[in-house]
Ligand binder design. Structure first.
Ligand code: AHR
Length: 642
């Protein structure tokens, strides 16, 4: 146990209502990175469902699909005979055996490092198939090694004729057994040829039936995110423009989406989680969508401003898709996808980390003018840092990213103290401790991030919005460290950084109270603190929240003085949520998911003057319920009635 160190004074002025904190201050950043969407949030179980991932020239690599049977009994190849013009490749299965093994021969898909197949759940399998003969095929879920059948159905295919070519098969599979890392098999026992294309398997139970993996959305909900920035990051830019995310290719029926290879993070995505689905997710989370679009610039190549107009038009079409009326050209496609009401779209970001690029400035102006002329209400976010100098172009916000060490991020609590107080505000859309301090999501990193976020609260007159580094990492494809939520085919947990964010979920839209922390030593070397006042809409109660990070190695005593409230205006019982851990580099893991999570304590004797021991290396949120005169009246009335 560390010895009790210095005494510090924290003074909070609650005599006034305080300065409003922006309503959308804390949100989330989704990037298609680490298989966050494909093989993650998007509940599709089949990887490379259209056989396009190996490229559209044949022969093409069909991985991760693999063969069931030996070379003498079955052969797999690719042919460009698909029904779907943008996805020409289909899989040809030549069944060679006349006396095939009982289980048949064919092909299986292991999903994204296994499919979570649960007994008692239902799964919808959709698949396109073409056969030269009438035949039966088996569609089944099996265990990871194929030895156990978890669910199975036989489907008859009609032989191709002039009136019938491709069969669309739709079945429900009801597993009677469980394997968290199962696979989908399609087999036949009759010699001959058939083709497969666009094979999908989804659990029926997805969030609101919208296709999102339930457990992962619930974790997002617990952050109460006020905005959703999507779909990246560098994913938006691409290593090369030809591989950048294109919104138009990611809408409409899933079979017709070509998918693309995200060359920055090095994997193929079928784009099931497309432009439409991002808006749907934002709507489900009650979060404001923030679309980051490509401005004709990738990591390697750029479109010159003289020929950028088609890109500008493409973005204007994307905005119309999102918020145009159902009878508009692009809004009608959204309506045909089941959302006739326009989505909300209040902010767009022109590019990602592109400020220094040759054509950024001139391209930016072209996008800005086109959007602003037609949609003057849309807030436009620049990639150029306006925190230390005035931007030379119009913008409603500027994007600010910071990945650094724990010590530095702790100290960046003061980053925005001396920022220009006029001009566009900051959108801190990516922040995190990285490098050796971060591990795969350490407590140490989270503590420094808590300090940085306190600085965002206290500077929320110049910081409009903030979100952490990428949300998700599939543990099998860790391309970026750290991330907020770790998952595999069936389990998920929050890193300590995730848990820090849950402790800021009530800040957006509250009121910041002036507060100052002083002590013998320079308090700001080890402590960071803020105070805010908020109404809880769920229960109609009012709270005073005080956040304190102790980044030092000794416990300290904080003497808290709250001005402007009478002793009887604070409920004597207060709650403290405290995040701390035995070792600073502690992390959560699949086997210890709750190793570093906030612990709740009750504090008796809360009041306008109180002493609090703040342990070494800890983040503390004190929640004092305020008993305002209105509440006192209600209490005294109910007491006198009782
Ligand atoms: O968050 C991971 C990457 O970091 C993002 O793609 C990029 O914006 C930043 O450099």
């Amino acid at each position: 146990m560390a010895s009790l160190g210095q005494i510090y004074n924290l003074t909070v002025d609650a005599s006034q209502s305080g300065r409003p904190i922006p309503p959308n201050l804390f949100g989330i950043f989704f990037e298609e990175i680490n298989h966050a969407g494909a093989g993650g949030l998007w509940a599709e179980l089949v990887a490379n469902r259209g056989f396009e991932a190996g490229g559209q020239s044949t022969p093409s690599n069909i991985a991760p699909w693999s063969v069931i049977g030996d070379a003498a009994s079955v052969q797999l190849s690719t042919e460009r005979i698909s029904l779907f013009a943008l996805n020409p490749v289909a899989l040809r299965v030549d069944v060679l055996c006349s006396k095939c093994p009982a289980g048949g021969v064919g092909v299986y898909n292991p999903g994204y490092w296994g499919m979570n197949i649960i007994a008692g759940s239902q799964y919808k399998v959709v698949c396109w198939a073409l056969s030269l003969d009438d035949r039966n095929i088996s569609i089944s879920f099996t265990s990871s090694d194929g030895s156990r059948t978890l669910a199975q159905q036989y489907v008859s295919l009609e032989a191709a004729s002039s009136s019938q070519t491709w069969n669309k098969l739709e079945i429900l599979l009801n597993p009677s057994d469980t394997d968290h890392y199962g696979r989908l098999s399609i087999t036949a026992t009759q010699a001959g040829v058939f083709w497969l294309d666009q094979v999908s398997a989804m659990p029926l139970d997805t969030y609101k039936g919208h296709g999102f993996r339930n457990d992962l959305v619930l974790m997002l909900q617990d952050l109460k995110p006020r905005f959703l920035r999507f779909p990246g990051g560098c994913f938006v830019e691409g290593q090369w423009l030809r591989n950048a995310f294109r919104w138009r290719q990611s809408i409409g029926p899933w079979e017709e989406r070509p998918g693309h290879f995200g060359d920055v993070w090095g994997y193929w995505t079928d784009d099931g989680l497309g432009f439409f689905e991002f808006f749907l997710l934002a709507e489900d989370l009650k979060a404001t969508p923030i679309w980051v679009f490509n401005n004709g610039i990738s990591h390697t190549d750029e479109v010159s401003s003289s020929v950028i107009q088609p890109f500008v038009q493409d973005v204007m079409n994307g905005i119309e898709f999102a918020r145009g009326p159902a009878n508009s050209t692009w809004g009608s496609i959204r309506a045909s996808m089941g959302h006739p009401e326009p989505f909300s779209l209040e902010y767009v970001a022109i590019g990602n980390e592109d400020c220094g690029k040759q054509y950024y400035h001139d391209n930016y102006i072209k996008f800005y003018e086109a959007i602003n002329d037609t949609y003057p209400d849309i807030g436009i976010i620049s990639n150029c840092d306006g925190s230390y100098r005035r931007l030379d172009h119009p913008a409603d916000m500027y994007d600010f990213h910071i990945y650094t060490s724990a010590n530095r991020l702790f100290a960046m609590n003061h980053q925005f103290d001396s920022t220009l107080r006029s001009g566009p505000k900051a959108f801190v859309s990516e922040y995190a401790v990285t490098g050796k301090d971060a591990g795969k999501g350490s407590f140490y990193a989270a503590l420094a991030e808590a300090s940085f976020l306190i600085g965002i609260e206290t500077n929320s007159d110049v910081v409009e919005m903030a979100s952490y580094a990428p949300l998700f990492v599939n543990d099998n494809d860790r391309r970026w460290n750290p991330d907020a939520i770790v998952f595999d085919a069936w389990q998920s947990y929050g890193t300590p950084s995730y848990w820090v964010q849950t402790l800021f979920k009530n800040s957006s839209g509250s009121s910041l109270l002036p507060s100052i922390i002083t002590g013998k030593d320079s308090a700001s070397n080890i402590l960071a603190a803020s105070a805010l006042r908020r109404f809880d809409d769920d229960n109609g109660l009012e709270f005073l929240d005080i956040k304190i990070v102790n980044f030092g190695k000794t416990d300290v005593l904080v003497t808290l003085q709250i001005f402007g409230l009478l002793a009887n205006e604070i409920n004597q019982e207060a709650a403290i949520s405290r995040l701390m851990s035995e070792n600073i580099m502690d992390e959560n893991t699949f086997s210890q998911q709750q190793k570093v999570v906030p612990k709740m304590e009750t504090l008796q004797g809360a009041g306008a003057n109180m002493d609090m021991k703040i342990p070494a290396l800890s983040f503390n949120v004190l929640e004092c319920q305020l008993i305002t005169p209105l509440h006192q009246l209600m209490f005294s009335q109910s007491n006198s009635r009782g």
